[in-house]
Ligand binder design. Structure first.
Ligand SMILES: Nc1ncnc2c1ncn2[C@@H]1O[C@H](COP(=O)(O)OP(=O)(O)OP(=O)(O)O)[C@@H](O)[C@H]1O
Ligand SMILES: [Mg+2]
Length: 290
């Protein structure tokens, strides 16, 4: 048996609250193969972003293992973690808050290259220009700052920055949910193309079944810090047992109407799946901003 790119085992994350502890993630496990994908869905506050932050070690899990290519990064000290950090990158939910407003697009994308040890400034500029082109932005974007871009363009810069360190796994935490629907579809297509081109693996966190269907063949449904359902996306969505999945599914169009349609039809399906009216029955307000 080959080692999966990522194997998460019995992950537990507790946050300190009022002198006690709150268990936000409670014994979660899953694997992602090289070039594979996994969508994580679940109601607000169920622990999705906490998992994402653990995977890139923005936080240190309380228990469990996060095996990246067989190496447990869950408890690795920073010194030993550093060479592994470039391999797992995150694209954040908020394309407004996650970019440094003082850096140009070129500087934003070149920075991880510098940290990765590309010492030549000319080489960094060349690679940044290549990445900006790859995410579908014109070269005129290179010298502009985040404030001069639209949300979708900013999101593309975030993706270019994440790709700069040539990661093997990209963790997208609601990476498209703040975007206009047509831009959302474009960014999703971009991610899918990059997956094919680079053998990149993805974890996509989303509330939106249209997004999940578009981007991932496997899905994991969470509730209250635990996995309540997982498997092939089509299978889970075809016969969901979990009320949250049922509610999400009711909110989306029938899957048979999605197949073989032109992008416009897909876009309207994504709009329909993200209709807040349709999911509000089971999804409470966000507990904390993530
Ligand atoms: N720093 C923190 N301190 C204490 N509790 C936290 C902290 N961060 C998150 N939580 C709690 O942990 C739980 C999981 O939060 P998390 O951000 O992982 O949820 P989520 O599934 O990403 O939700 P959303 O869909 O709203 O983004 C929530 O109940 C949240 O209130
Ligand atoms: Mg979140």
């Amino acid at each position: 048996m080959t080692t999966p790119l990522l194997a998460v085992e019995d992950l537990v994350v507790e946050y300190p609250v009022h002198g006690g502890k709150f268990r936000a993630v409670d014994g979660v496990g899953f694997t992602v193969e090289r070039g594979g994908s996994l969508a994580i869905v679940g109601e607000s506050g169920c622990g999705k972003s906490t998992i994402a932050r653990s995977l890139v070690r923005l936080l240190r899990p309380t228990e469990g293992r996060i095996l990246l290519d067989g190496t447990d990064i869950a408890t690795l000290p920073e010194r030993r973690l550093r060479p592994l950090r470039r391999r797992v990158q995150m694209v954040f939910q908020d394309p407004y808050g996650s970019l440094d407003p003082h850096l140009t697009a070129e500087e934003t994308v070149a920075e991880p290259l510098r940290l990765a040890g590309v010492t030549s400034k000319a080489e960094r500029a060349r690679r940044a220009a290549e990445l900006i082109d790859q995410v579908g932005l014109p070269s005129s974007a290179l010298h502009r700052r985040p404030g001069e871009f639209s949300g979708g363009q900013r999101q593309r810069i975030g993706i270019a920055r994440a790709l700069a360190s040539d990661p093997e796994l990209l963790v997208c935490d609601e990476a498209t949910s703040a975007l206009d629907v047509s831009v959302q579809a474009q960014v999703l297509r971009l991610l899918r193309d990059l997956q094919a081109e680079r053998q990149l693996a993805y974890i996509v966190i989303s509330h939106n079944l249209g997004v999940v269907r578009e981007i991932s063949s496997e899905v994991m449904v969470m509730r209250g810090g635990r996995v309540v359902e997982s498997g092939l996306t089509e299978t889970v969505l075809a016969g969901p047992a979990e009320p949250y999945t049922r509610a999400l599914r009711r909110a989306a169009l029938d899957p048979t109407t999605m197949r073989g349609r032109k992008p416009r039809a897909l876009v309207s399906a994504i709009v329909s799946a993200s209709d807040p009216e349709a999911t509000s029955a089971t999804a409470p307000e966000p507990a904390t901003p993530s």
